[in-house]
Design a protein around this ligand. Sequence first.
Ligand code: SF4
Ligand code: SF4
Length: 345
Amino acid sequence: MPQKLIDQSSLGHWVAALIAEHKVYGVQAKADRFAFDALTEADDLRLDHDVTILPPKKYFHPPQEILLQFDREAMTFESVFHAEPFILLGVHPYDMAAISQLDKVFSMDHRDRHYLARREAATIVVCDVQTASPEVFAGCMGHATMEGQSGHDMLLTLLDDGRYLVDPVSAKGEALMGPLAHAPEADQAALQARKRVWDRNRRQLQKNKLKMKPSELPGLLAGSYDHPVWEERAELCYSCGSCNLVCPTCYCFDLRDELNWDLRTGRRLREWDGCMLRGFAAVAGGHNFRARRADRYRHRYFRKGKYTWEAYGEIACVGCGRCISACTANIANPVEVFNRLLEER
Ligand code: SF4
Ligand code: SF4
């Protein structure tokens, strides 16, 4: 599909036209942070954001959703779907990598129709990172750019001359082009300029430096089950679950039924859960498989660096750095933990 070159004002007109015709969510400034939200003005879109508070997974796997409505007396239930078509603007490559992991997880074994319906309804426009966040290490995890990655529909890259290279990579992406289809085609010089942006981002998105390849993590963790780091750091942990909730690759959830006042009809809810919360591994009979904070703390790292690798061939950390800044106790930095395990193995 032809790649195009556009200036900033054409980008603004294009975004305004998208808003006029579609449901669009995009990155916007919220006080001194950034967040994905419904976009109603093209000028509100910020593609220079460093990182959003919550990852875009919230549009596919929402914090709370109704899965079905039921009637206990009539013994009936009806699935509830919210899958209106929408456009997601400004997703960073590391968050796209996380969405691709969720695509795998939610289509393995038991296909999750709710997640997959929303995924199908989405058109995702990725934007190469323009501002590195203070904690990012996507460059160490192989997710600084979209090179070799897929799942998105269009890629926008701000070149050093101030123009955007627009790269539609799917039929959905091509359908979004509209007036951009008449823009000048990107020449070899523009493609080289994009490659320079990618090379720079691979270097710059390493504010924390992992001293090993991500593929070495499963082996490192296998020999670190009894390392003192788990007990030491867990001493400071509040079990607040923030590191889970902001993570783009965390997908655990809880299910509960909520009855109406008639005690007959109700709904089944799915809500985010997190392995750092005390009740996460509690089961009937009062037993808790990870009642100790140190066990929960260790589990999170094993889950990220070993268990998901064994289950579906992915390291469940894309290096966004959100858990680092979300942790009030300042103990959630995966790079600090993994580097220490490496140095003391
Ligand atoms: S573990 Fe932390 S740095 Fe890694 S993807 Fe999750 S939130 Fe981002
Ligand atoms: S954010 Fe920090 S304090 Fe809260 S559960 Fe995670 S590691 Fe513990």
